[in-house]
Design a protein around this ligand. Structure first.
Ligand SMILES: NC(=O)c1ccc[n+]([C@@H]2O[C@H](COP(=O)([O-])OP(=O)(O)OC[C@H]3O[C@@H](n4cnc5c(N)ncnc54)[C@H](O)[C@@H]3O)[C@@H](O)[C@H]2O)c1
Length: 436
């Protein structure tokens, strides 16, 4: 197959697409291509995930089970752990995790592992796209040599591009289709081919001059978030010392229609992106002789927040003559943000761990997280009921899920520590609510 054949198959939606990694990023993407008529194979090394997907069960809130079942029944989606499914694919998209090592250096071992599989089955005319967030240079310095080792030439025999995933799990306004895509190919032909593929499912695709620009753009986006969240968190700490509501200050500043964008403080940062991605940038900068300053500082401030929340709980209980030891604490929300069940890096884990360590009795509610493991100890989610709120000495709001009935929380809980301003405007007895 040559480039004309591939472009033709993409345009007619007959190209066969494999998406490696069926998580928060890979599954919505695979299902979107399948819904557009492509035959898609979802590859994953996690046998349990493959079994669930094959049964038509979705574990990602942004992918309704009905959508998944429809594409399975139509014969346009199959999930498998068998890498030989990479034979005869027209396009292969890599969506595997890119975590940090304990040293906070990038760990691209998952990318390398699946690129090895791709290299084994790489065939003339194939398009390969990396979507995992990673440091600038990964596509050209790590993947390209692996793919050219077998003698095929990029831009002529096969196409290689980087296109960062920008999905925001749990955001109903911006889904795969609505989020503009960036594409940077190793050669102009690579860029054009990858852009053409994404244009079949995404309204806006921007072509960039290189993979490095696309890799950096993604890291800049997430560093921007980390730094601005840190600034909001620092403002919360300053406001606390000044006895002023940080929420009111941010709301006031946000009335300016230009030159300002509001970010919210909170109990800390979590998820697979914001606490991790900026370190991919600072690591690469360091290797090239530049020490990034904002990234480390933002992380330092963001990481003080769980301790600050513990201090708020401690003081609120102390003011009522109660020690943390033996206190009944009801945590509302353990996911790292509203609307998702993701507890990776969630500050709630650190906060609950410390509360248990100090001898508190902790129960939690979270409609998206049925069970939670804290230091090998399994906790089960409770239902948010008036009796449970009355049982608690303090209700600690860590995630502002829309599913919580805050009016009941404000009415029934004897004391509330609200780290998200979720009880805004609902406080007849304001004295029992401590806000960040
Ligand atoms: N979660 C987000 O909000 C988000 C948003 C934008 C970008 N990203 C980036 O996208 C990438 C994937 O993130 P995610 O949240 O989807 O991760 P995830 O952990 O939800 O999913 C990754 C999947 O890849 C599978 N996997 C790992 N190694 C594999 C291999 N060698 N072969 C096949 N499958 C393999 C895992 O079993 C897992 O199911 C990361 O680089 C992340 O930074 C994530």
């Amino acid at each position: 197959m040559n480039g004309t054949d591939l472009a033709d198959r993409i345009g007619r939606h007959t190209a066969r697409i494999a998406v490696i990694g069926q998580g928060y990023v890979g599954l919505p993407l695979a299902v979107e291509f399948a819904r557009a008529g492509f035959v898609v194979t979802g590859l994953d090394t996690d046998a349990d995930r493959i079994a669930r997907l094959t049964r038509g069960e979705s574990y990602i809130p942004d992918v309704p089970a009905e959508d998944l079942q429809q594409v399975i029944e139509a014969g346009r989606y199959v999930a498998t752990a068998d890498v030989t499914a990479l034979v005869d694919q027209d396009a292969v998209i890599l969506c595997v995790p890119t975590p940090l090592r304990k040293s906070k250096d990038p760990d691209v071992s998952h990318v390398v592992a699946c690129a090895r599989d791709v290299a084994r089955f790489l065939a003339p005319g194939q398009l390969v796209v990396l979507e995992s967030t990673t440091y600038p240079g990964t596509t050209e310095e790590v993947l390209l040599p692996m793919f050219e080792e077998g003698g095929l030439r990029v831009g002529q025999d096969f196409y290689l591009a980087f296109s960062p995933e920008r999905i925001d799990p749990g955001n109903p306004t911006y889904r795969v289709k609505e989020i503009p895509k960036l594409v940077g190919g190793v050669t102009p032909a690579c860029t054009r081919m990858a852009a053409m593929l994404y244009r079949q499912i995404v309204a806006q695709v921007f072509e960039l001059s290189s993979p490095a620009v696309a890799e950096l753009a993604k890291l800049y986006e997430n560093t921007f978030r980390s730094v601005n969240i840190a600034l909001a968190n620092e403002l919360a700490l300053i406001c606390h010392h000044l006895g002023v509501s940080v929420w009111e200050v941010i709301e006031a500043a946000a009335t300016k229609p230009f030159g300002f964008m509001p970010f919210s403080p909170g109990p800390g940062i979590g998820g697979h992106c914001i606490p991790i991605d900026p370190f991919y940038l600072s690591w690469k900068a360091r290797l090239n002789g530049y020490e990034a300053k904002f990234i480390g500082l933002a992380d330092e401030i963001n990481r003080t927040m769980p301790r600050f929340v513990l201090e708020l709980v401690n003081r609120a209980l102390n003011d009522r003559g109660k020690p943390v030891k033996g206190a009944r604490i009801l945590v509302l929300g353990v996911a790292y943000k509203r609307g998702v069940g993701d507890v990776r890096e969630s500050p709630a884990v650190e906060i609950i761990e410390e509360l248990l360590e100090r001898g508190a009795q902790v129960q939690y509610v979270d409609p998206f997280v049925p069970t939670l493991t804290i230091r090998e100890r399994g906790l089960e989610a409770s239902r948010l009921e008036p009796g449970l709120l009355r049982w608690s000495y303090v209700a600690l709001i860590l995630t502002d899920h829309r599913e919580f009935d805050y009016e009941t929380v404000v009415r029934e809980a004897p004391l509330i520590v609200d780290t998200r301003n979720a009880t805004r405007g609902l406080a007849p007895q304001d004295h029992k609510i401590v806000r960040l």
